[in-house]
Design a protein around this ligand. Structure first.
Ligand SMILES: *Cc1c(COP(=O)(O)O)cnc(C)c1O
Length: 472
């Protein structure tokens, strides 16, 4: 029997040991890293190595250097942004993905990766209850999923008026009009920017207090729209978790001939949870959807899904062909659905997480996170001077502090509270501007968050607020 070079075996074993020790320590590790970027830069700073180091020593050194700059972002008390848990099962699948070292660009070179992706894609469509014939590209996250969906949209709305944007570009093309809600995510604007559609050259639509598009504003804009049209809707506003009214808006947009793209980075997962599915009713009528694996599905990073109803429009926008690249019509070539040619087999981690949690486990997890978001915010908002600003329909909450004070003073108190919660280190929450005022944001979306940890964190925030309020 042949064996792996012992020095490589040692490096892999050391990596596994460090990974296990890190995960074992997550429950105790503060959510915020001990050292800052500047301090970490000093730790890593070194001249370019002239001679190479032995494998295990490199891994030991990396683990030792990085350690104080790692927070417990994958732990149960991190509520700062919409961030999943990099679940150990997904991590294990990702280790194998890397160890196998297979480029999943096409299915002849990597039949295992392409087939696993094809099956995971069907599972996703079933889980999220989207049209079963839709195509699914495995991208790095919702940013690229938005880009891919909008690229398919751009190609198709121009193809319908006789213009081949993929071949001819946009110079001289009939202008495309883009309608987008005023509270859309920043990455959708990035997608528009990458595609030559411009992040300012859009019609922004008025939204309600929760951030969902107002129907009269939508009808007005549709009535005024000229030529090829792309409508961008949202499932899960980044602060409030709000959903656009898909059942009403999508048919109106389609009657006008628009392509409807939905940024549903985390909100699409409401579809996987019977008690929340109604929030996204009608979303299945859209033309493309962007969602993440590395948020609610808990896969490690670099995992999102670009889902397009019209598989041909999807492939037209993304296909890469060259005589040296093998193809066969009708079978899945993963690179034809995403911007990259060479890439890791992202389907393995997705397959592993769905296999591990199952439909029931995913539904229960989403349900639990929504329930905890509600319970945590009820606990905090009953403190004098604290107020909850959104309906906690999903897993997101927006809170403001200093309600008895002048607005500027309320901003100051809210920011100071966020900083003190972060410094104290029990849990991590973030802040944002919402409706012109500073707020605390709470996202409950990590599989590692237990009920006890959630409630202890809520009490830590409440206690920090009482201390700040009684000092001021
Ligand atoms: C997180 C998020 C994105 C961006 O997704 P990435 O996975 O970070 O690329 C886009 N839209 C919404 C609503 C999000 O929550």
């Amino acid at each position: 029997m042949t064996s792996l070079d012992p020095s490589y075996a040692a490096a892999l074993a050391r990596a596994a040991a460090h990974a296990q020790a890190f995960r074992a320590g997550l429950a105790e590790r503060p959510p915020r890293p001990a050292l800052s970027y500047a301090q970490m830069l000093q730790r890593f700073a070194a001249p370019l190595p002239q001679a190479g180091q032995p494998p295990a020593q490199v891994i030991e050194q990396l683990a030792a250097l990085a350690e104080p700059g790692l927070g417990a972002m994958a732990g149960g008390r991190f509520f700062g942004w919409v961030i999943g848990g990099s679940h150990p099962v997904g991590v294990a699948a990702d280790w194998l993905t890397s160890a196998w070292g297979q480029n999943v660009g096409n299915h002849l070179a990597n039949p295992a990766g392409a087939a696993c992706e094809a099956v995971a894609a069907q599972w996703l469509l079933e889980l999220l209850d989207l049209p079963r014939q839709a195509s699914v590209g495995f991208v790095t996250g919702a940013t690229m999923a938005n880009f891919v969906g909008l690229a398919a949209a751009r190609g198709e709305v121009l193809r319908r008026v006789g213009w081949n944007a993929d071949a001819q570009g946009l110079f001289g093309a009939p202008p495309i009009q883009v309608l987008i809600g005023d509270d859309a995510h920043a990455t959708v604007y990035s997608g528009l920017q990458f595609l030559g559609l411009g992040h300012e050259r859009v019609t922004r639509l008025a939204t309600n207090a929760m951030g969902a598009i107002n129907l009269p504003a939508f009808e007005q804009a549709l009535g005024d729209a000229q030529g090829p049209l792309i409508v961008i809707l949202q499932a899960g506003q980044i602060n409030t978790g709000a959903f656009d009214d898909f059942a009403r808006l999508i048919p109106l947009a389609h009657a006008r001939g628009a392509w409807v793209h939905v940024d549903a980075a985390f909100g699409l997962w409401a579809r996987a949870c019977p008690s929340r599915a109604a929030l996204a009713a009608g979303i299945e009528q859209a033309d493309s959807w962007a969602t993440d694996g590395h948020k609610w599905l808990q896969t490690p990073y670099d995992c999102g899904y670009a889902i397009v109803r019209d598989a041909q429009a999807h492939e037209r926008a993304m296909s890469i062909s060259a005589s040296y690249l093998p193809t066969s019509v009708g079978d899945r070539d993963p690179s034809h659905l995403v911007p990259e040619l060479s890439r890791r087999a992202r389907g393995f981690a997705t397959w592993a997480m769905i296999s591990h949690l199952g439909r029931d486990g995913i539904a229960a997890m989403v349900e639990q996170h929504c329930r905890l978001a509600q319970r945590m915010t009820e606990h905090i908002a009953c403190e004098r001077g604290a107020v909850l600003l959104n309906d906690v329909v999903l897993n997101q909450a927006v809170l403001r502090f200093g309600t008895d004070a002048a607005p500027d003073e309320g901003d100051r108190l809210t920011r100071e509270l966020i900083a003190s919660v972060q410094d104290e280190g029990h849990c991590f929450v973030g802040g944002a501007e919402w409706r012109g005022r500073w707020v605390m944001r709470l996202s409950v979306i990590n599989a590692a968050t237990s009920e006890a940890e959630a409630m202890r964190s809520a009490e830590a925030i409440a206690a920090a607020w009482r201390a700040l309020r009684d000092r001021s």
